[in-house]
Design a protein around this ligand. Sequence first.
Ligand code: OGA
Ligand code: MN
Length: 304
Amino acid sequence: MPGYVSTFQYQSAISHAPQFAPRSYRHFTVSPITGAMGADVEGIDLATASDAAIAELEQALVDHLALMIRDQSLEPAQQIAFANRLGRAFPWPFAREMEGYPEITELIQEPGDKYAFGGTWHSDSCNFEKPPKYTMLYCVECPPVGGDTGFSNQYLAWESLDPKLRAELEDVRTVASAELGYGTGSQDAEVLANATTKVTWNPELNHETLHPLARTHPVTGRKALYTCDSFTARFEGKTQEESLPLLRKLWAHAVTPEFTCRLRWKPGSLAIWDNRCCMHYAHSDYPGHRRHMRRIVVEGERPV
Ligand code: OGA
Ligand code: MN
């Protein structure tokens, strides 16, 4: 009998409670997607919603971290107007703007494109001094199947770390680098050259930013893990080499399947997520199909 040596260990059952509050909403219906996060929303028209409905929608976003709002019909100006009801929509400096609408970036992947915008686990623009609190995508066209956006709950990522490690990491800060995420070294040059939509690197916008590894959400007061491999270069006061072993463990932990959900697109759906407490990932599994989103980011605060 061979004496097998196990090279893996089963994950013990995740003991976190379902993350969604057992709340009923007055202005629309909310259907949670997994026990970790995410919800489908039906029965609201974002172009005409009352202030009370918008306030309740922000509450649903606090409860579920990412929402897929169904059955919208939004012209670019209407999407910008909706974004401005949640804060301030601002032009995103690393891609070409939609003509006439500086607040919108069109994310277009043509059938032959090999470039996957958002194809890493990340929180949007976490290299900015003040990263956007929300990002929203409005789906103009999507493949019949595939092209989901994945999400991972970073409150759960932080809260489920070993308590001793969490205590050691409580006040640690990380250095995020714009060049790491958007620089010429971050993409295959040929793929980038042929992409329909791409991140355009601008060395004038190169900078490093210090952020807490565990950021406190201004509304919930909960801490969320705040680091991703596309932007975090190192821990403050340590070299990249010294930092990487632990960072790699944190990045893998951050996307534990039990923390995640996937939102599925249909034309006319609008997804919105809170970058302060979740990460996301563009699934690029639809060769031969076109995908077209209109993207807006809403100004956030400096992470603390
Ligand atoms: C983004 C992004 C994911 C997607 O717009 O920031 O990462 O599924 N998009 O398109
Ligand atoms: Mn993104």
